[in-house]
Design a protein. Structure first.
Length: 313
């Protein structure tokens, strides 16, 4: 298309193309008007405006009861006009779906949230919007970034131009092989020199270990892994005990395992804080906004127990 014709063609209105298509399908301006809810004169005016825009007649008008017929120019306009109308209809449908909450949402997550919080969030979103496209990305970098994500779960606040909502405090508990410690809460000082398995020194882990050290305890870390199942397998094997947040304990269903025991620590350690983040000033889609609301609801329903049984056996 030349620069000379672009300004002219760009002024074509979709309602004029819709009137033209209706006239072709109905065979007359009168029946097209009835179908579109216009008067016949309105359809005639719309066709005339279209003809002025494209620079020539799009219909032969034989008059009387005979059907109107397309001119060669009209055939070209209708062929491309129908494609434009289909795209406009698809756009309107997509916008309606977006406003209703449908569409795509990209969520960054990490192991504990993936196991405990997100399943309920995803289930409720899909129940409300069956056609939604939910994409999850699980990683735990030392310096997380929102990037193109709509939402990001993380254990702590992140830097940058972001907003956040605190979901819950996630208390730390001691998980040991059954019989390793007496029933009841375990004093932190009892961990001094005790073999322990632990997460890598990322996210909240360094803060937790520093808090243990301030209590005067220096556990012997004999193994580190980011995989909860592997950590707990090593605890069952007797390699060492583990200090894990409540979400990790719940997500692995530790209380139902007779081979393991769960203990509170005395004094208690500062809890891990779980936040949901998004880019500051970003207008949420209805789907993302609903995901935030559901995450808050799910977190409120997951209140950690005030006290734990001293043994799960």
């Amino acid at each position: 298309m030349s620069a000379a014709t672009l300004p002219c063609v760009s002024t074509i209105e979709l309602r004029h193309l819709a009137a033209m298509a209706a006239a072709v399908e109905e065979g007359s301006f009168g029946r097209a008007a009835a179908r579109l809810g216009y008067t016949q004169s309105t359809v005639s005016q719309q066709i005339a405006a279209l003809e002025r825009t494209v620079g020539g007649p799009v219909f032969d008008r034989p008059g009387g009861p005979r059907a109107v017929r397309l001119t060669p120019l009209g055939s070209v306009v209708l062929e491309h006009g129908r494609a434009l109308l289909e795209r406009a209809e698809a756009l309107a449908h997509a916008v309606d779906r977006f406003k209703a909450g449908d569409g795509r949402i990209d969520i960054g997550t990490f192991q504990s949230v993936s196991n405990v919080i997100l399943p309920a969030v995803v289930r409720r979103l899909r129940d409300e919007q069956p056609g939604c496209d939910i994409r999850l990305f699980e990683e735990e970098p030392e310096q997380p970034q929102i990037g193109d994500l709509d939402l990001l779960f993380y254990d702590g606040r992140i830097d940058g131009d972001v907003e956040q909502r605190k979901l819950l405090d996630d208390p730390y508990l001691l998980v040991a092989r059954a019989g390793t410690f007496p029933e009841g809460p375990v004093p932190l000082e009892r961990l001094d020199g005790v073999p322990m398995v632990a997460w890598p020194l990322t996210c909240d882990q360094p803060l937790m270990e520093q808090a243990v050290a301030r209590s005067g305890a220096r556990p012997q870390i004999v193994f580190r892994t980011a995989v909860n199942d592997t950590l707990l397998s090593m605890v069952r094997a007797g390699l060492g005990s583990a200090v894990l947040p409540w979400l990790a304990v719940r997500g692995a269903d530790v209380p139902s395992d007779a081979r393991l025991s769960v203990h509170e620590l005395r004094p208690t350690l500062p809890p891990r804080e779980i936040y949901l983040h998004w880019r500051a000033g970003r207008i949420h889609s209805p789907l993302a906004a609903r995901a935030v609301d559901i995450a808050v609801e799910v977190a409120a329903e997951l209140a950690p127990p005030v006290a734990w049984a001293t043994s799960t056996g």
